[in-house]
Design a protein around this ligand. Sequence first.
Ligand SMILES: [Cu+2]
Length: 705
Amino acid sequence: MLLSFIQTSARAEPAARTPLHAMLPLLLAAVSILTAAAASAHHPHPLDPLSPAELTAVRAAVLASPLVPARPLTFHYVGLDEPDKADVLSYAYGNSTSSSRSALPRRAFVVARAGGQSHELRVDVTDAAAPSVLAHAVHRGAGFPTLTLDEQFAAVALPPAHPPFVESVRRRGVDMADVLCAVFPVGWFGGDLPGEERRVVKLLCFVAGATANFYARPLEGVTLVVDLDRMAIVGYRDRVLLPVPKAEGTDYRAGKAGPPYAGRAPAPGTVVQPEGRGFDIDGHFVRWANWEFHVGFDVRAGTVISLASIHDADAGARRRVLYRGFVSEVFVPYMDPVEEWYYRTFLDAGEYGLGLWAFPLQPGADCPANAAYLDGYYAGQDGKPVENKNMICVFERYAGDVAWRHTEAGFPDRLITEVRPDVSLVVRMVVSCGNYDYILDWEFKTSGSIKFTVSLTGLLEVKGTAYTHADQITEDAHGTLVAENTLAVYHDHYVTYHLDLDVDGTNNSFVKNTIATKRNEAGTPRRSYWTVLREVAETEADAQVDVNAAPADLLVVNPNKRTRMGNEVGYRVVPGGATAASVLDDDDYPQRRASYCKKQVRVTPYSKAEKWAPGLYADQSTGDDGLAAWSERDRGIRNEDIVLWYTVGIHHIPYQDDFPVMPTVSGGFELRPANFFERNPLLTTRPPGLDQPPLVNCSCTGDSR
Ligand SMILES: [Cu+2]
């Protein structure tokens, strides 16, 4: 949302001294704009993200197309239009050898704005030297595409030239050179027929001054409205005069927040892998231990994992787990109904772009010393490729955990102990979407599990207030007083994953194994016990699950594949500590836009068009073309190609400990094999120390007690 990264990356001076109008040129210097790179000698994999050369070709084709003659034309989304799934599967798992596989077409899906309309284009770039527009349509429904960085920078440059704003800043005794503004989507609150709404955003402004944490110092009460198509201020209100919170105690930068540093520090440490990394990165494919998967990038979703499969040593075969998975949306509604806050109901992926707001990871801090890094490329507003360095890291995690163990003390003459240390592979991206930071991890385990972890950190969104002590608060303050004149407002985070699971094949079913209490009628002294009621979901309605409603195991199974014992092979969805669901009223507008957030689990039949939970056009969306609306058709999902949608949810009541920068809080879930393997796939893993140096944990078998 804002420009704070510029000061640290491109300027040595304190952030506070950078006036608003100086921001845009700095940004342009801070990112490297690439010209067309030489086309790769190799065919890209069909799921590879668009290369710089392909992005350049997309731009050329769109700008040359007579279908969209209006200018200026701005690019809001350019992403891979992946080939049909059947074609990708036969490419990836078919019988042909890699040398004989013919390349699939390379196509881009584009959303551009021109002439006050949103245009959708499909562009073929199979031959990047001769790209062609295959299809074009004008979006007629509600909503607008993702905001570009350039238009946000242009918008936040407007207020200092707006006389009423200058007066508001003066009234608060603030130096305009210390003021920074940020772009806030307006949400949707009824009104405006689709196609008639204006593409507007609100601007809220803050004071940096002596701190980098300007979010902690809002110019509360001042709201500007900007029409992005006209790039002009079309609304202004200075509703209430409140103190600007002081800068003292808000900075988080080393040297500003300390010394003194707190307490005794942990000893320095690093991960050493004497034989080097245990994984290979071949193009976009990562191969590690028994796992193989493709790592892609999308400017809206960020990391995209595809074609994840696991080698089953007992079966001597590679088995499919996941076709494609990514974060579909991050919904963050705030819970203060006043004028300056009621509309803060962010859809971070659709409105801002998770990949767009992912910044270079810091080696040795964001990711351990043994990490490898992947770059990403996206199209800027002008369509030219922009390089995003070190955006995804991949590393083996030696956390000191145990994969499995047993000590057997039952023999009178000896003690048997077998331990296998846990090592996993993490794929990480960090999204710094304005004030908040999301650390998004995919963790692959040799047991076959995939763990999804969302870690929240960064800066709270706070509201200026007259309160200086909690005792003064006599009515609902909608937040926690975390500092003088500073209320951290209640809000939610809903991170929704799109997971096209293909468990051991394309067609799967969704199974609910509900724990049900039974009365004992066996004549033994027990009064009750529980057993499992197994239900296979027939349609989408059967698979909308509130995981807190009743204890149950939720599985995606392949009804066409069974273990030797006759159990259907499957994967289990294991919620992990962040299972909040939205408690807003059903008729509330943000709830209608993200109504899927009332259930953590949903299942839909696979449709290439159904990627984005709030719909393709998230900005000012109405919910009429999103996950919940699609599911109203209540399509069949039994033994079909199905997609699991899982929402990690956190009700966030802030506390003082979260201020001025929040210690990381994590939640997530796990996909865990459930009758997928014939037995524990780690049974035959070699214990460390047997024929290797004892580097991690230990394993010992002996006679001594
Ligand atoms: Cu939060």
